[in-house]
Design a protein around this ligand. Structure first.
Ligand SMILES: NC(=O)c1ccc[n+]([C@@H]2O[C@H](COP(=O)([O-])OP(=O)(O)OC[C@H]3O[C@@H](n4cnc5c(N)ncnc54)[C@H](OP(=O)(O)O)[C@@H]3O)[C@@H](O)[C@H]2O)c1
Length: 306
């Protein structure tokens, strides 16, 4: 019995040590960039970004072009994509290709494949996603967009990975960044469908990383919390809520930092605090009522409808 408790104690200590090491690595990377600037460019000539017309996807498009990659922007609204393409070409001198596609549909992938033919793709950012309710909402009260959400948040990740991973595997090089969410780290009542779709992304991504790590491919899932974008109705930026540009610049420092991270130090710390809350507290009716009332009021006071 005594040995059993010692064994359990050692396991718990080891688990905390691993957590501390991950956290320490994040802090280290926050203050000292370790991957050379040429690292992203060395993955290949082109980066493909889904949901590139605004928010986080737009920020990745600019940042990767600044790192010397040509970019393929995939999104719904051509006008927005054209404007971004012109700006990227003028400011960075990189080539830009735009592809119009609506990821709530599942018949778009041949069209995307056609447009990617012949490109040496080094980076894929599976960024597109939809959030059916920004304010905490019961499942039955959320907009009935279930199939669209499944296609946009899940099918897109699988199909885009399938299209591009093959090429990366034969070149034995590549980086896939999957933009999940902090809500994926444990079940989130009042965002149940969105959080579950993002948890799928984490599971898929981490399993895939194990399969393809030895083939030279980095697959990383990012689990950020609040970022000010159209999805979050341009919520006010503060010490926790990041701008898309800020988040993306920081997250690119961490691409070699394991198969999952929050993408920025502030969210890594927030995740650490949330993990400290016992689940019986988090899932208590008092906490859910706090989310429905005080948190909803906070969101309403801090969002902007542009
Ligand atoms: N913002 C946050 O706080 C936050 C936090 C954690 C995780 N995330 C995740 O990060 C990703 C990007 O979020 P975001 O806040 O940047 O999103 P966003 O502001 O809603 O959208 C950015 C872009 O995605 C495009 N898009 C949306 N639905 C699409 C569809 N069905 N087909 C094609 N393109 C579509 C939009 O197209 P149009 O240009 O046509 O509008 C827009 O260009 C999402 O997966 C989200 O779940 C966001």
């Amino acid at each position: 019995m005594e040995q059993f408790f010692i064994f359990v104690g050692v396991l718990v200590c080891l688990a905390y040590l691993v957590k501390c090491m991950r956290f320490a690595k994040c802090i280290f990377l926050h203050f000292w960039k370790v991957s050379p600037r040429s690292f992203l460019q060395s993955m290949g000539q082109w980066a493909v970004i889904t949901g590139a017309g605004d928010g986080i996807g737009k920020a990745y498009s600019f940042e990767l072009a600044k790192h010397g990659l040509n970019v393929v922007l995939i999104s719904r609204t051509v006008k927005k994509l054209q404007a971004i393409a012109t700006e990227i070409e003028q400011t960075t001198g990189r080539s830009v290709k735009i592809v119009q596609a609506d990821f709530t549909k599942d018949d778009i992938y041949e069209h995307i494949q056609e447009n990617l033919k012949g490109l040496e793709i080094g980076i894929l950012v599976n960024n597109v996603g939809m959030l059916p309710n920004l304010l905490p909402t019961y499942f039955l009260d959320t907009p009935d967009e279930i199939q669209s959400l499944i296609h946009c948040n899940m099918t897109s990740v699988i199909k885009m990975t399938q299209l591009i991973l093959k090429q990366m595997e034969s070149r034995r090089k590549g980086l896939i960044l999957n933009i999940s969410s902090g809500t994926a780290l444990f079940p989130w009542p009042l965002y149940s469908l969105y959080a579950a779709s993002k948890a799928f992304m984490c599971t898929f991504s981490k399993a895939l990383q194990v399969e393809y790590r030895a083939k030279g491919i980095i697959i990383q899932v990012l689990t950020p919390y609040g970022i000010s974008t159209p999805m979050t109705k341009h919520i006010n930026i503060n010490i926790i809520t990041k701008s898309a540009d800020e988040f993306v610049q920081e997250s690119l420092n961490y691409v070699t930092n394991g198969d999952e991270n929050c993408g920025c130090l502030a969210h890594e710390i927030l995740a650490g605090f949330l993990h400290l809350i016992p689940s019986w507290v988090f899932y208590s009716s008092a906490c859910q009522s706090f989310l429905l009332n005080q948190y909803t009021d906070y969101l309403k006071q801090n969002i902007h409808t542009k």
